[in-house]
Design a protein around this ligand. Structure first.
Ligand code: PAF
Length: 285
């Protein structure tokens, strides 16, 4: 595995691979790699000739500077994990290398980027689009891999690709969970032991809501999930939206779309956990 820190060197390497007609899989990450990232890398490994993983803690997507300051940084362990997964290139640049000039681009993607995380974390998705579009331009991947844990991020990236005309496939990969159901996340290490015990109820309640939804309306299902989770003193739902899986706009009834997802954010103590559940999905996706 080559560890590359410079953009020019990265471009040279991927151009060489492209010249040889090789497919390139890109897995963008912010480091602090865990089993969720590993599954993305393994999928990319199985579907491409060359695998590039970027490890870059992108400052422009953090609307909360304290979150950026305390985000886990584990570069050595990350490199070791990527090496063991058979990655070809680990791209680990500095902030100055990626942003020699401030990135002043503003992405206007419309309603998909203005609800839920888009509304609660101003600038977050703009920062995600800044770094992801830069990576797409640098690597020109055949495929890029993203986890469904960040379901809204995938919807926003799809909208960006459509608007900018990038030619690549987005591979939407299942959320990887701990044995007790908690979605794997780099931020889980911040949960206190007591809150960590309660946090798996987020996914348990979301799963139970699949059954509940069979004979209840969207609104009843929404209210039931929120009330059930808020009954735990350690947790507080920030939002839960039952929405269209492409546009992220709320749906009012179960027939409103053939792709319906519930997206939730819950404060577990002072840690913000996001998760989601799919109620309906077309076979073609
Ligand atoms: O999902 C993430 O870890 C980040 O948002 C991403 C896509 C790597 C961009 O920094």
């Amino acid at each position: 595995m080559k560890i590359i820190n410079k953009v020019d060197e990265l471009r040279k390497q991927v151009e060489m691979f492209r010249g040889e007609g090789k497919s390139i899989g890109l897995v963008p990450t912010m480091g602090a790699l865990h089993g969720g990232h590993k599954s993305l890398v393994e999928r990319a490994r199985s579907e491409n000739d060359v695998v590039v993983v970027s490890v870059f803690l992108n400052p422009t997507q953090f609307n909360n500077k304290e979150d950026l300051r305390t985000y886990p940084r584990t570069a050595e362990a990350d490199a070791a994990m990527l090496e063991s997964c058979g990655v070809d290139i680990a791209f680990m640049p500095t902030v100055e290398e990626i942003y020699p000039e401030p990135d002043t681009r503003v992405f206007k993607l419309g309603p998909v980027a203005e609800v839920m995380e888009g509304a609660m974390r101003p600038g977050h998705f703009n920062g995600v689009c800044q770094i992801v579009s830069k990576l797409f331009m640098m690597v020109e991947p055949t495929r890029a891999y993203f986890g469904e844990k960040d379901f809204q991020q995938i919807a926003v990236i799809r909208a960006m690709i459509k608007q900018l005309g990038f030619k690549l496939d987005i591979v939407q990969c299942p959320c990887i969970r701990e044995d007790d159901g908690l979605a794997k996340s780099s931020r889980n290490v911040r949960l206190t032991p007591q809150v960590r015990k309660v946090a798996p109820n987020i996914y348990r309640v979301l799963c139970d809501s699949l059954e509940f939804a069979h004979d209840h309306s969207v609104e009843q299902t929404h209210d039931w999930v929120v009330a059930t989770l808020n009954a735990y003193p350690e947790m507080e739902v920030e939002y839960f939206s039952i929405c269209d899986g492409i546009t992220l706009q709320p749906v009012e009834d179960w027939d409103a779309s053939d792709y319906i997802v519930g997206c939730i954010t819950v404060y577990c103590g002072d840690v913000r956990e996001i998760d989601n559940i799919t109620y309906k999905k077309p076979e073609s996706l």
